[in-house]
Design a protein around this ligand. Sequence first.
Ligand SMILES: NC(=O)c1ccc[n+]([C@@H]2O[C@H](COP(=O)([O-])OP(=O)(O)OC[C@H]3O[C@@H](n4cnc5c(N)ncnc54)[C@H](O)[C@@H]3O)[C@@H](O)[C@H]2O)c1
Length: 356
Amino acid sequence: MDQLRVGIIGTGRISDLHALEYLENPRARIAAVCDNNLDIAQERGRRWGVPENRIYTDYHDLLALPDIDLVDILLPHHLHYQATLDAAAAGKHISLQKPMALTVAQADDMITAANKAGVIFRVFENFIFYPPVQQAKALVDAGEIGELLTIRIKSNSGTSATAWEVPASAQAWRFDYAKNGGGPLVFDDGHHKFALAWHFMGMAEQVHAWIGQTEIAPGTGMFLDSPAIVSWKFANNRYGSLEVVNSPEMAINTIYYAQDDRVELTGTKGVIWITRGHGNMLDVPPVILYRDNQMRTFTNVPSDWKYSFMNATRHFIDSYFKGETPRLTGEQGREVLRFTLAAQESAHTGQTVRLS
Ligand SMILES: NC(=O)c1ccc[n+]([C@@H]2O[C@H](COP(=O)([O-])OP(=O)(O)OC[C@H]3O[C@@H](n4cnc5c(N)ncnc54)[C@H](O)[C@@H]3O)[C@@H](O)[C@H]2O)c1
């Protein structure tokens, strides 16, 4: 078999960015789609060239197809658990959007199910495949800023006239904390920020968080988990922090979500800035390095956020054909989930959570 036949389960907002690499890469093909909203399934399926009789509203029908090798699960969080167990039982390889589950116990079951079925199970975390992050990691690994001491992540959200459209249905489950698993910013989007901290610094030993609650408009009952401050203690006297803040009247320059991020990595010899994420708040190069009294800029790094998705998808395809294990493994996804959940626990109890 020289082509991976992919079934996409959940063809909502983010599926557009998942499809990009599958449509371009000759070693993969979108061979079936499923969404319980038939209109959405048909709109995406037709656009991606999926035959009409392979567009489903019940994912069990897609899982029953013998010629599907991999399922890309892009469902709301509370459905990740059962869909993964069902996909493993059907013998399909699995790429599952973050966060893998709502609890660590669920994550354990999912890893066990995939291992028992002998299928590949990877958690899709695109931020570590974002080219500016890859560039920064290469610089850190090359010792350009010496020994890494701290990581500081800042996440802004606001409003945007240029952002892509997010349907109300994609917001509804996100503001239902029982379905999302936490808040839209610190838990849901926050997974990416915890994954970045884990990627650069390793697993934290201790986590502390204050997570505020702001109703998006009076009487809506929809609460954003902002402003928030999370602090991390890593092994060997290293630290980090995440600040998340929503500014409802701040316009953000983006073609994706009305959001942007920055990462600052400080080492014994210098500092690296990753100056963007979803958007382009700062008109500066995507990666900047300071050391030895001098600033070096990395201007040719692709910084459209879509490349994080394309690279993450290509990574799975390449790994599959090389017989290698793609990232995040289920176990790595579980670690990032545990890290992310620690902030939720700390915010609720007011206590520092010890992870090791
Ligand atoms: N990596 C990122 O940067 C990023 C960005 C956005 C979303 N996500 C993740 O992608 C996933 C989906 O998010 P989204 O924004 O596309 O949400 P969405 O609500 O737009 O899409 C989810 C889709 O699943 C469908 N669905 C719901 N129940 C179903 C069922 N039982 N069977 C089949 N289809 C069903 C819905 O109709 C919807 O179209 C989530 O895990 C989210 O965290 C990741």
